[in-house]
Design a protein. Structure first.
Length: 405
């Protein structure tokens, strides 16, 4: 088990602080592992095991705790006097009215509380009502390329070839379970498809009472097939109309929102760099992990540029950046990333094989005259240049940088 420091260090800062720590992320992204690492950290700090109340609601052992009353009674029985207790609740959305119990824990006990969930709508709506101003959220993503290499090193002490490893990471993605053993590509995609099916059923269809499952899956495939392309709900509705399949535009938006809530997709808004405003049309959608694309759609060479964008977008989000698609006059910048006073401008391309491609990719970055870092990220392994302040970098090298500047 590798130490996922990127997340654990952020959570550790809030140990014993008066906030409910909410840990979110798509199923099988590693939330439970982060909780195990947190438990180890508490033990290192001298917390006795009997002061740690850990419940995984996906375990049959706790299937009887299915509502707030049962949860409160179970925890209350474990509480002993005025000692500090650490309540860790994994996949809390399996408990009906869970938010009432958590709110009572804050009121009644000397407790530090940690919860995880796999559906953002469920968490955000209930938390906003009962715990307004008293919770902080941490989102867990699938393995970064750097974490993937740590997994490989833990299982194999041989020195790795970064180029080969990135190409494998590109195909296999970052679901941790895939990197605990050696799987064929076919077996790996079977595992990922089963994760996808579980998320679609439990965190999308059931949570949102979706009845037309076949239509939802068509929307998913449209989104997956258009990774890296701008489109709107109207574009999807028009596409279905051209296929003699009517769908109400509000239904499209509801389906997209449900997919976002289950963390299957991430919506990236457009940002006008000159006007300094977020635009509400023609967004882009990316997936929680590139392996989802291949598991659902099969391997397609033509979407490679979109997959590379997807990997870069997730890396920016892992490091706490707000990510937008940039607009500068009539030109598009793949990503404008902001964190505090830091700004990054990034173009992502597969290969710069022709001069026209180079000029097209550089054009929007060269028009921006501020002094923030600008990157052109590609699969080119040898050509590394700095053109008027724009740094051309191999994607694996970009992903392994500690800080972008």
């Amino acid at each position: 088990m590798i130490n996922r420091e990127l997340y654990l260090n952020k959570i550790i800062e809030f140990i014993d602080k008066p906030f409910v720590k909410v840990i979110t992320g798509i199923r099988r992204s590693g939330k439970s592992t982060v909780l195990m690492l947190l438990t180890s950290e508490l033990q290192k700090r001298g917390v006795n095991n009997n002061q740690i109340i850990y419940i995984n609601f996906e375990s049959f052992s706790f299937s009887h705790i299915n509502n707030a009353t049962a949860l409160y009674a179970f925890v209350k029985e474990k509480i002993d006097g005025d000692k500090r207790f650490y309540i860790i609740l994994d996949e809390i959305q399996e408990v009906d009215k869970w938010e009432k119990a958590v709110n009572s824990f804050l009121v009644d006990f000397n407790a530090d509380i940690y919860i995880t969930g796999s559906n953002s709508h469920l968490l955000s709506s209930e938390l906003a009502t009962f715990l307004a101003g008293r919770y902080i959220e941490f989102h867990i993503y699938t393995l970064s390329f750097k974490e993937y290499l740590l997994f490989k090193q833990e299982r194999n002490s041989k020195k790795t070839d970064i180029h080969q490893e990135f190409e494998l990471y590109l195909r296999l993605g970052g679901f941790p379970v895939l990197h605990t053993a050696d799987y064929t590509i076919e077996s790996a995609y079977k595992i990922v498809f089963d994760i996808y099916s579980s998320v679609i059923l439990r965190d999308t269809i059931q949570k949102n009472n979706i009845r037309d499952i076949e239509l939802l899956e068509r929307v998913v495939k449209y989104v997956f097939d258009n990774i890296g392309n701008k489109f709107s709900g109207k574009n999807i509705a028009d596409y279905f109309k051209s296929q003699q399949r009517k769908i109400d535009i509000n239904t499209v938006y509801n389906y997209l929102k449900a997919l976002e809530s289950a963390f299957i997709v991430h919506r990236i808004s457009r940002f006008d760099v000159k006007g300094k405003e977020i635009l509400k049309t023609q967004e882009k959608f990316y997936v929680a992990d590139s392996a989802l694309l291949y598991a659902v759609m099969g391997y397609k060479d033509r979407i490679i540029a979109g997959v590379l964008e997807n990997i870069v977008m997730l890396e920016l989000k892992r490091h706490g950046y707000s990510v937008f698609v940039g607009k500068f006059d009539n030109l598009e910048i793949d990503f404008v990333a902001q964190k505090g006073n830091d700004i990054l401008y990034l173009q992502v391309s597969y290969l710069l094989t022709e001069q026209t491609t180079i000029e097209r990719e550089l054009a929007p970055l060269l028009k921006i005259k501020d002094n923030y870092p600008k990157y052109l990220i590609t699969m080119d392994k040898t050509w590394k240049d700095n053109i008027e302040g724009v740094k051309h970098i191999y994607i694996a090298d970009f992903l392994l940088m500690d800080r972008w500047k």
